[in-house]
Ligand binder design. Structure first.
Ligand code: ADP
Ligand code: MG
Ligand code: ZN
Length: 494
């Protein structure tokens, strides 16, 4: 049977976090809080006789992204009218870049397979600026339209068809989201629709160089929907080809309820949009000096940070990936490691990474908050991890301390003090407990003395239980062995 492989190219739309809209002075507002149609003017609603003006900040944000994606920046790019008629588009056209986009020919590195140390470069075809549309709110008998979003700066990032699995499509979209957040140009909040994905999917016989006929899945607004929809399309197209039927090129939507794709319309061609250079805007010139300034101001990007975390702190690729996906998390981790530099314990950066990515992340997820909203300062986390490392408290007590810190804040030391969580390490405090356990269990002791050596483990368990896990296991073991030896000697000298 012929084997087929998927080929995927993604178009990503990201609203830019500018103060004002792309071509007018209206504020960009959060749809969750703003009254509908409270931030509109004659320009973003397309009144005759008004003139658009290019938002410089939006261009700067677009440059940040384009440079971070290793693109070539066009000295001159041109805005065009993309004509189509839809109620959410008050002008009857959208201003977008078409023939001459702001940036082209970039790439981004992603992990190519789950658990694989290898990475692959996904080529970026183009990055261009456009404006968002308004928003339709459908009710049973009527629809309402909110133009607050109309004219919000929108960045479109188009990949080459380089993604060869659902996994890669997901990694790519996660990597882009992470990048946009690092660059502080987009919040990455998919639920609010500020970041949206469209997936172009085709399949072809494995090994073939030619591209198959694609379908385009519109408006995917969660990573889950993206993965599911792409997977569904791959299976559907593969089944068609297997039974000798052609794939028809069209646009489909993702039905979340039924978990299937549904045909929307046959694909428009560029000429359907009657693109024409926007007569009301001059060509956009970007000076080399400006590009240099933007490049120089770029922060350390996720991929660079990830490899630095691996070499500098000895983290695995996986751990480094987890800790660098979000800039605030990466900053938190580095602040923690920074405050641990005095420590002699060279594995502390690794230990901190573990406590952070398993225990603290768990608490953050549960409470649904971000790391910079947490009560647990990076310094407190380090002091807590150090206490576990040097044996002052057990790992189990460490988790308790973390939970209390997370809920109430405070210092780990005083939580240990207040709750009596310090381990009993000194022999003087452990010995009476050992003696008590031995005298409470005369039958087991007799068996032990008669030769059942394995019972010493059982005694150790009883001691740990009697101290509620606070005894330092090594110290408890030493005290128990000493006590049993004494008894043995007493017995054999009789
Ligand atoms: P449009 O959607 O406007 O027609 P393009 O033709 O440039 O734009 O393609 C858009 C996206 O589709 C790009 O991300 C590209 O990589 C991807 N793509 C194009 N052809 C295929 C194909 N045969 N299979 C999968 N993806 C494809
Ligand atoms: Mg498209
Ligand atoms: Zn406006």
């Amino acid at each position: 049977m012929t084997r087929f492989e998927p080929v995927i190219g993604l178009e990503v739309h990201a609203e830019l976090l500018t103060q004002s809209k792309m071509f007018c002075g209206c504020a960009v507002v959060d749809p969750t809080f703003a009254e509908p149609n409270s931030s509109v003017c004659e320009i973003c609603t397309g009144m005759p006789g008004t003139l658009p003006v290019i938002n410089q900040r939006a261009v700067e944000f677009a440059l940040r992204v384009a440079l971070a994606l290793n693109c070539s920046i066009a000295e001159t790019s041109v805005f065009a009218r993309k004509n189509y008629f839809y109620p959410d588009l008050p002008k009857g056209f959208q201003i977008s870049q078409y023939d001459l986009p702001l940036a082209t020919n970039g790439w981004i590195e992603i992990q190519d397979a789950s658990g694989a140390p290898s990475t692959k470069r996904v080529r970026i075809r183009r990055v261009h600026l456009e404006e968002d549309t308004g928003k339709l709110l459908h009710h049973e008998q009527h629809s309402l339209v909110d133009y607050n979003r109309s004219g919000v700066p929108l960045l479109e990032i188009v990949s080459e068809p380089d993604l060869l699995s659902v996994y890669q499509a997901r990694q790519y979209s996660l990597a882009l989201r992470s990048l946009l957040r690092y660059l502080e140009v987009n919040s990455g909040d998919l639920q609010k629709g500020v970041l949206r994905f469209e997936a172009n999917v085709s399949v072809r016989p494995t090994g073939s160089e030619e591209l198959g006929t694609r379908t385009e899945i519109k408006n995917l607004n969660s990573f889950r929907a993206l993965s599911r929809a792409v997977e569904y399309e791959i299976d559907r197209q593969t089944a068609l080809l297997r039974s000798g039927k052609p794939v028809v090129q069209n646009t489909v939507g993702w039905d979340e309820g039924r978990q299937v794709t549904v045909p929307q319309r046959s694909k428009e061609e560029a000429h359907d949009y009657r693109y024409l250079p926007e007569p009301d805007l001059p060509p956009l010139h970007v000076e080399a000096a400006w590009v240099d300034r933007v490049r120089a101001a770029l922060p350390e990007l996720p991929a660079a940070k990830r490899s630095r975390f691996m070499t500098e702190y000895g983290l695995s690729a996986y751990a480094a990936g987890v800790l660098t996906a979000d800039r605030p998390v990466a900053d938190y981790y580095e602040a923690a490691v920074e405050s641990a530099v005095e420590s002699e314990n060279e594995t502390l950066p690794l230990k901190i990474a573990n406590w952070l990515s398993s225990d603290l992340f768990g608490l953050l997820n549960e409470a649904d908050i971000e790391i910079d909203q947490s009560n647990v300062t990076s310094e407190a986390l380090v002091r807590l991890v150090s206490m576990v490392e040097n044996g002052r408290i057990s790992a189990a007590s460490g988790k308790t301390v973390l939970e209390v810190l997370f809920k109430e804040g405070g210092s780990p030391e005083s939580i240990v003090e207040e709750r009596g969580l310090a381990q009993l390490e000194d022999q003087a405090s452990i010995r009476p407990i050992v003696d008590q356990v031995l005298s409470d269990n005369p039958d087991q002791l007799a068996e032990y003395l008669a030769g059942k050596a394995a019972l010493s483990e059982w005694f150790l368990g009883q001691i740990m239980r009697a101290t509620q896990g606070k005894a330092d296991p090594a110290a408890a073991r030493a005290e128990l062995d000493a006590a049993l030896l004494d008894l043995d000697e007493i017995q054999s000298s009789r």
